[in-house]
Design a protein around this ligand. Structure first.
Ligand code: TXA
Ligand code: MG
Length: 315
């Protein structure tokens, strides 16, 4: 492909999806829309393709990737599902839930995907374009968020291009992602225990309602998912949280009654705030101001995930 034209911008229709599938089958890298954030996809069964993801992102090789599948049947070829995993898949797939499950010995997954852990992270996405792409390739696709490692995740194609530039082959531009925050990651453990490895669009309460075992639930303290390191989602400027007012040199991100220079949601709607969070962090990063201040955000529902990302952005 001509260097100057990279990445190719593909349309989210049959033609664009067919071209994306061709690039992926040949081992290339394509940024793809999902209902959470844009992902950087490669075929999950080939070492060189997976290695290319780590290289393009500058991602440490000890940080494993999520594998995206068409449905439960494809997932069961890769991991062992117990009764609880089946219940969660039934309740939340397709959708923004990632399950960390025991990797099958015969799973056609490159070793680099799991960073040699005995488990694999699986997600069945809901976005129609991503679903069509998985169907067209007939392959499980490894896809971390489509940003340089440590940076703010992309919620539109322009974010992807400005972060990864010509390090990738193509991006399918399907507009803005609906949820705006990465999937909830749940690890199922021995003896009925489970852990939230990353809070996300599906709340812990909804998981507990399905598993019916909230008393046995343990919330992650020592976090094993290396992507959960404190300094993540960094916009490249100091970030101050819980700020009802801002200084002159701060770009102020508001919420509810706190107007700010821009607002996550004037009406105080947490779903709207989640969908807008990364776009406003990108905007704040590009602004004149040297620092960023963010209004207080309530901790209920998806507010837990918003505050988790803000804490990491500020770390
Ligand atoms: O919404 C999402 O999940 C997006 C879209 C593209 O699907 N993907 C995403 O991928 O957020 P990424 O790579 O940015 O985050 C994957 C997280 C990391 O924190 C990683 O450490 C964790 O999943 N992870 C992957 N495999 C794991 C495993 N076997 N055990 C524990 N954590 C794992
Ligand atoms: Mg990420």
């Amino acid at each position: 492909m001509d260097h100057a034209s990279r990445p190719a911008i593909l349309t989210p229709d049959r033609e664009g999806i067919a071209e994306a599938a061709r690039i992926l089958r040949e081992g290339g890298l394509v940024a793809v829309p999902t209902e959470t954030v844009y992902g950087l996809a490669a075929r999950a069964d080939r070492d060189e393709s997976v290695a290319a993801i780590y290289k393009a992102k500058g991602r440490p090789s000890f940080n494993p990737l999520i594998v995206h599948v068409a449905g439960l049947e494809a997932a069961q070829a890769l991991a062992t599902f117990d009764a609880r995993a089946l219940q969660l898949a039934d309740a939340f797939w397709p959708g923004p839930l990632t399950l960390v499950l025991p990797l099958r010995d015969d799973a056609p997954v490159a070793a680099a995907v799991t960073a040699r852990l005995a488990t694999v992270a699986l997600r069945c996405p809901a976005h129609p374009v991503m679903r069509a792409l998985i169907a067209e390739t007939g392959l499980p696709l490894a896809a971390p968020s489509a940003n340089r490692s440590g940076g703010v995740s992309p919620t539109d194609a322009a974010h992807v291009v400005s972060s990864l530039e010509d390090r990738i082959d193509a991006v399918i531009d399907a507009g803005t992602c609906e949820a705006g925050l990465e999937s909830t990651i749940i690890a199922l453990r021995e003896g009925g225990r489970w852990q939230v490895l990353r809070p996300g669009p599906i709340s812990e309460r909804r998981i507990a309602a399905v598993l019916g075992t909230s008393s046995e639930a343990v919330t992650s303290q020592a976090i094993e998912a290396p992507g959960q390191l404190a300094s993540h989602y960094a916009p490249g400027k100091p970030v101050r949280l819980d700020a009802p007012t801002a200084q002159a040199d701060e770009f102020h991100i508001g919420f509810g009654d706190v107007a700010g220079d821009v607002t996550l949601s004037a009406s105080g709607d947490l779903d709207e705030a989640a969908a807008r969070l990364y776009a406003l962090l990108h905007e704040a990063a590009a602004s004149q101001q040297k620092r960023i201040a963010v209004a207080p955000i309530p901790h209920d529902g998806i507010g837990t995930a918003i505050n988790d990302r803000l804490r990491r952005a500020a770390a």
